[in-house]
Design a protein around this ligand. Structure first.
Ligand SMILES: Cc1cc2nc3c(=O)[nH]c(=O)nc-3n(C[C@H](O)[C@H](O)[C@H](O)COP(=O)(O)OP(=O)(O)OC[C@H]3O[C@@H](n4cnc5c(N)ncnc54)[C@H](O)[C@@H]3O)c2cc1C
Length: 291
């Protein structure tokens, strides 16, 4: 237990101790890096109400959750591994998209303390890595006293928060090996808080100027997520730079997915489409210039 703290803080060494603590202390909460309990962005705080008068179970001392392992499949990352530690993994092993996203998050003071599990379990909406890992096809391992279950991140792209039960702990992220050589990540999480964020995540494989594979996800506040499947047929197999016609059809495809929504949504959609177009132009994926 920590001195001078209004809370009881536990540092279990094994998962079964976490489950015991959760069982006997119904108002106990799990903490990993603890960054969501910091003042954010000023005196505000993501989890302030939650933390008042609750017991805290800190996950950082559990060896099983701290492991990073290269496997035949790709990478296994324990849930309390920090964003900073993940950014140290060899770029040969780390998917380019995750590397690019971590470089963006590096500008925030949370970077060295925040964990991958905390980012994914953040409420009321999951952190930025949920989109990145969803596009990369990661699997999430959850453990509880009744056993282990796996969640497919790709199926969660439309959910705002991870569907995790109160007695469950996210223990591991299983990341498949990929061969993407293009990646882009945009999120306004930091600027927009406490609104829910807009995000655009893209990764692609381009070989000899041909687009061989593409994954894309767009998330706008309160709207369904647009994924690559709806646009890939327009672009896959095409030579770069894409023509004005190809790009227009991609943009109007995305726009049409949101056509049923309000005028406020159309402003958000326009902004995200400009960000996408700007990226295509910067890496010479298209010579289309709307300006
Ligand atoms: C200044 C500032 C800037 C930020 N900028 C960003 C940003 O740009 N993008 C972004 O995505 N987030 C951002 N955040 C939000 C947050 O800090 C991060 O998402 C961070 O990654 C959370 O990780 P953590 O380890 O600190 O989680 P914690 O704060 O320890 O926990 C977060 C939540 O997850 C639960 N939890 C943690 N680990 C587990 C587990 N293994 N199993 C089950 N539940 C668990 C906790 O109970 C809590 O509800 C920011 C926060 C601050 C203070």
């Amino acid at each position: 237990m920590a001195k001078n703290s209004p809370h009881n803080i536990f540092f279990p060494k094994e998962l079964h101790q976490v489950f015991n603590a959760l069982r006997f202390r119904s108002r106990a909460i799990l903490v990993a890096g603890g960054t969501s309990f910091h003042g954010y962005p000023s005196s505000n705080c993501l989890n302030k109400l939650e933390i008042d008068n609750e017991d805290i179970i800190n996950l950082l001392d559990i060896p099983e959750l701290k492991k990073v392992r290269a496997t035949d499949y790709g990478l296994d990352i324990g849930s309390v591994v920090s964003l900073a530690q993940i950014s140290q993994i060899s770029p040969k092993r780390l998917p380019l998209l995750l590397n690019v996203a971590l470089k963006k998050l590096l500008q925030y003071p949370i970077f060295f303390q925040a964990t991958i599990g905390g980012n994914l379990c953040l409420k009321p909406w999951a952190g930025d890595l949920s989109m990145v890992l969803g596009v990369l096809g990661a699997q999430y391992e959850l453990k509880s006293p009744s056993g282990t279950r796996w969640l497919d991140s790709a199926r969660l792209l439309d959910s705002y928060a991870l569907p995790i039960n109160p007695n469950e702990v996210l223990t591991r992220v299983k990341l498949p090996e990929t061969s993407f050589n293009e990646a882009f990540f945009y999120s306004d999480f930091h600027a927009q808080y406490p609104q829910n964020p807009s995000r655009l995540v893209l990764t692609a494989r381009v070989s000899q100027n041909i687009l061989e594979d593409l994954r894309l996800a767009i998330q706008l506040p309160g709207l369904p997520t647009v994924t690559h499947r709806s646009i890939e047929e327009n672009l896959l197999g095409k030579r770069l730079p894409f023509s004005k016609r190809d790009i227009s059809s991609v943009l109007s495809n995305i726009k049409s997915r949101y056509s049923a929504y309000s005028e406020q949504a159309s402003g958000q959609v326009a902004k995200i489409l400009l960000i996408l177009l700007d990226y295509f132009r910067r890496i010479n994926m298209t010579d289309y210039n709307p300006w």
